[in-house]
Design a binder for this molecule. Structure first.
Ligand SMILES: C[S@@+](CC[C@H](N)C(=O)[O-])C[C@H]1O[C@@H](n2cnc3c(N)ncnc32)[C@H](O)[C@@H]1O
Length: 207
């Protein structure tokens, strides 16, 4: 890995030719599955990108904050929220979540594939601290795994295993509702199937 996943990297990514294809507009299926039964309240989507998940949550009745370091990503997100008729139910915040502090706690903090420069597990520690007692933490990330060549993919700094995440959630504070490593396919550019290897952890904050 020759670059850091810093603001400069994400700004360039969201301003480049890959940007329109980086979010299908469909919400992440793990979010839909894991939060569909929750009573809506205040939600934070940490590293919301082009906003598909934040917009879906708003349409389910959540009062949503979508936060991302990349201005260009939030530009896509705002346009999509307006087109979906939920602009008044999402607050978009441009922030580096490795230093930002919210002014409130949330009934749901969720993140999907956000990987900042500061390290994956440290990022999850931070966002977990923003969940209100009785609230839910939902992490959907890139699964950390070894390739046949012996290296790791995605890079260790951008991925995690389920055990690595749950080990950091104090059982006195958190009830693990589910922790899973899953494999699925999505149809990519040119109709080719792309393999997606996910780690998903859902936890309920007891206190
Ligand atoms: C791979 S994209 C995923 C976007 C979206 N969650 C999705 O699933 O389509 C990762 C997102 O995390 C954001 N991100 C990375 N580091 C961040 C940080 N330190 N603070 C806020 N957002 C960050 C990036 O700008 C990018 O939009």
């Amino acid at each position: 890995m020759t670059h850091s996943f810093d603001k400069n990297y994400w700004d360039r990514t969201w301003s480049g030719e890959r940007a329109p294809g980086m979010s299908s507009g469909d919400p992440n299926p793990h979010l839909v599955h894991e939060t569909g039964g929750l009573v809506p309240g205040m939600a934070l989507d940490a590293g919301c990108g082009a906003g598909a998940e934040a917009i879906w949550l708003a349409a389910q009745g959540w009062d949503v904050t979508g936060a991302d370091v990349a201005d260009a990503a939030l530009g896509y997100a705002k346009d999509r929220a307006a087109a979906a008729g939920v602009a008044d139910r999402v607050r978009w915040v441009q922030a580096d979540l490795s230093v930002w502090e919210p002014d409130t706690q949330f009934d749901l903090v969720t993140t999907h594939y956000a990987h900042p420069a500061t390290g994956q597990l440290e990022f999850y520690d931070r966002i977990a601290s923003w969940v209100a007692p009785g609230g839910t933490l939902l992490i959907v990330g890139h699964l950390h795994q070894h390739s046949s060549a012996g290296d790791t993919h995605p890079p260790a700094t951008a991925s995690a295993t389920a055990a690595a995440i749950t080990d950091r959630l104090d059982p006195a504070v958190w009830e693990i509702i589910m922790a899973e490593e899953s494999h699925r396919f999505v149809i990519g550019p040119g109709g080719r199937p792309n393999a997606i290897d996910d780690v998903i952890v859902r936890a309920l904050r007891r206190v």
